[in-house]
Design a protein around this ligand. Structure first.
Ligand SMILES: [Zn+2]
Length: 180
C-alpha cells in the first residue's frame, strides 16, 4: 500500500502509539490503514457416487490448474453462504453443506481458509466465468500433479479420511509449518 485510500497522500510505515506492529500511516489525514488476513471460503463437494467437484482455473494465479470451488469471503456474508456462492459462481453447482472440513491458517500468505464438506444437489455442473472447465472426479482420477494449491490436496486427503464419519474435527494446517 503506497497511497492513502482516503486522501491520496503518500503513506509511511510506522508503529502507531499503543500498537506493536508497523502500519501504513497517512501523515496528511491521520488515518491508519490496517492490513489483516483475508478469508477464503470453499467446499469439497461430492455427488452421490462419491465423485468430487473440481474447477480448472480461468484466472491467475495458477491459471489452468485444478482447484476446489472457493474464493474470497464477501462483507455481510457468512462463511457457509460464501462457500455456496462460490460453488454457484465457479461451477453452477448447488450444494448442501454438511460441516466444516478444514480450517487452514496460511500465515505466510495472509489467508485463512474455511473449507466445508458438502454434497452436490445435482451432478449437472458447468463452468462459470472463473473456470475453464469443471468436472466430477473419482478418487483415482484426481489430477494431483495439476492441483492449484497445496491446501486443495490437504483438504481432499482429509475428506477421504473422514467421509461418512459424523462429528469429525476440522483439519488444520499452516503454510509455514505443514510439509505434506
Ligand atoms: Zn490520508
Amino acid at each position: 500500500m503506497n497511497y492513502c485510500p482516503g486522501c491520496g497522500a503518500g503513506l509511511v510505515l510506522r508503529v502507531p502509539p499503543m500498537d506493536t506492529r508497523e502500519r501504513h500511516l497517512c501523515e496528511a489525514c491521520g488515518a491508519i490503514h490496517y492490513q489483516n488476513p483475508r478469508v477464503i471460503v470453499g467446499a469439497v463437494a461430492t455427488w452421490e457416487d462419491g465423485r468430487i467437484l473440481l474447477c480448472k482455473r480461468a484466472i491467475e494465479p495458477r491459471y489452468g490448474l485444478w482447484t476446489l470451488p472457493a474464493g474470497f469471503l464477501e462483507l455481510g456474508e457468512s462463511t457457509g453462504e460464501g462457500a455456496l456462492r462460490e460453488a454457484r459462481e465457479e461451477a453452477n453447482a448447488e450444494l448442501a453443506l454438511d460441516a466444516v472440513l478444514a480450517l487452514y491458517d496460511l500465515d505466510t500468505i495472509g489467508q485463512v481458509q474455511v473449507l466445508y464438506a458438502a454434497r452436490l444437489l445435482s451432478p449437472d455442473v458447468s463452468p462459470g466465468e472463473e473456470s475453464l472447465e469443471v468436472a466430477l472426479f473419482t478418487w483415482e482420477e484426481i489430477p494431483w500433479d495439476t492441483l492449484a494449491f497445496p491446501s486443495v490436496a490437504w483438504a481432499l486427503r482429509y475428506h477421504r479420511q473422514v467421509q461418512g464419519r459424523p462429528g469429525f474435527p476440522p483439519d488444520t494446517g499452516t503454510k509455514s509449518r505443514r510439509r505434506d
